[in-house]
Ligand binder design. Sequence first.
Ligand SMILES: Nc1ncnc2c1ncn2[C@@H]1O[C@H](COP(=O)(O)OP(=O)(O)O)[C@@H](O)[C@H]1O
Ligand SMILES: O=P(O)(O)OC[C@H](O)CO
Length: 504
Amino acid sequence: MADYVAAIDQGTTSTRFMIFDHGGNEVGRHQLEHEQIMPKAGWVEHSPVEIWERTRSVIATAMNQHHLAASDLAALGITNQRETTLVWNRRTGRPYYNAIVWQDTRTDRIASALEREGKGEVIRAKAGLPPATYFAAGKVQWILENVDGVRADAERGDALFGTMDTWVLWNLTGGPRGGVHITDVTNASRTMLMDLRTLAWDDELLSFFSIPRAMLPEIKPSSEPAGYGLSPDVSPLAGVPISGILGDQQAATVGQVCFAEGEAKNTYGTGNFLLLNTGNRPVRSQHGLLTTVAYQFAGQDPVYALEGSIAVTGSAVQWLRDQLHIIGDAAASETLARRVEDSAGVYFVPAFSGLFAPYWRSDARGAIVGLARFHNDAHIARATLEAICYQSRDVVEAMAKDSGVDLAVLKVDGGVTANSLCMQTQADVLGVPVIRPQVAETTALGAAYAAGLAVGFWRDTDELRANWNQAHRWDPEWDEDRRESGYADWKRAVERTLDWVKVD
Ligand SMILES: Nc1ncnc2c1ncn2[C@@H]1O[C@H](COP(=O)(O)OP(=O)(O)O)[C@@H](O)[C@H]1O
Ligand SMILES: O=P(O)(O)OC[C@H](O)CO
């Protein structure tokens, strides 16, 4: 059998192709960023054509750089930024409009109308999600209502809806010449259109958004033993089965080997996403968390998770770099923040896209509070890192209330975990140790695991567990008084951001 398994990770800021060996070690990678298109405040778009080109390019470059051929790969997995939505023409392969990104808030009126019309409760009960701009269905509705010709094409079955997994897979399998139009249960669970118990598109939910069924992909498990075939004219990987598909946060859950009920991970990327495995039953949150499918391996029952999604964490660091210009790169946030002992009473609530979990307030906007003339850029940098940690505490508290699980340690991964000060602060703010595995790219690894399990490259999840090794551990240092007074002030700061924009 071939020695490696690879994964495409189509993320919010970049697309990467990663190759792993049987021990779960990285063998090679290539990564390219794509443009963040922001035509108006609150709007965020990506060019699907650029993303598809970048996908082809990262595959070809990584394979060439590491002198690998398709025959070296046993399987390929796909993982993706979730909820980001596009609609394209089946015959031409051309998108009707840019992809509308998960952070985009243009559908706030659609979301608030659902609540006003009493449909919110049905969506919560069936899809496990609160009506919010975050999820895909409102974005599809917006495209159907605002882009000429899409609705008629959608009703005829010529206009196809997909999240990034679907778009990338459709193109890899031939595009207009017979591309496979599917998604997996984890991505479908982020649309507001799938019933979590039947794992099928739901007619009542479709009717809330006036979405024609003909435009929807078929829902599949997260792993597919037969795999989907790559088209030889689009990729050097022809012959390698695509046998795993998972949304990126679910993939990180698999990569962090959270296979038992009660196991959790927190990923720190553009946003933060804490997922707790709740076993084979969907748990309804009473505290602002989402119910979502964690994964479904072929022939097995689905495994569900409670999720705390935070919209802005690593992207607040990017904001310091790109908009305030107080740091040159993300890593400099640590150097700058270390120039001061603490944030000296400054709190930064980066509610750029409203607030996600556990608040779900699209009327919130960002604020920096507690400023005096004394404060400088280092205090702002420190407050930014603290905000990442306090937002995570908000979801950890909600998780404990919903599930009764008090985390003894927090398993972390993602770009921000390179910031040791931030991880130390996370341990301090939570009062539990924070641990990071040796392979920090758990998202791509999880997609590779799903693909490799499907084709027998890995025998079972026990074999994957043996691959997990701790690389770093941060233990709490703050005393209880500092921890609790800091958190109480954070909650006061959050209050200041609410009810800032008028949605209706
Ligand atoms: N040393 C660092 N300190 C703080 N933030 C960082 C650091 N390195 C990267 N980041 C942040 O991590 C994010 C990228 O992480 P990544 O896991 O690649 O995200 P994504 O998968 O969302 O694209 C960026 O938002 C960046 O600002
Ligand atoms: O691409 P990331 O890592 O920012 O993840 C985005 C999430 O999937 C959004 O739900």
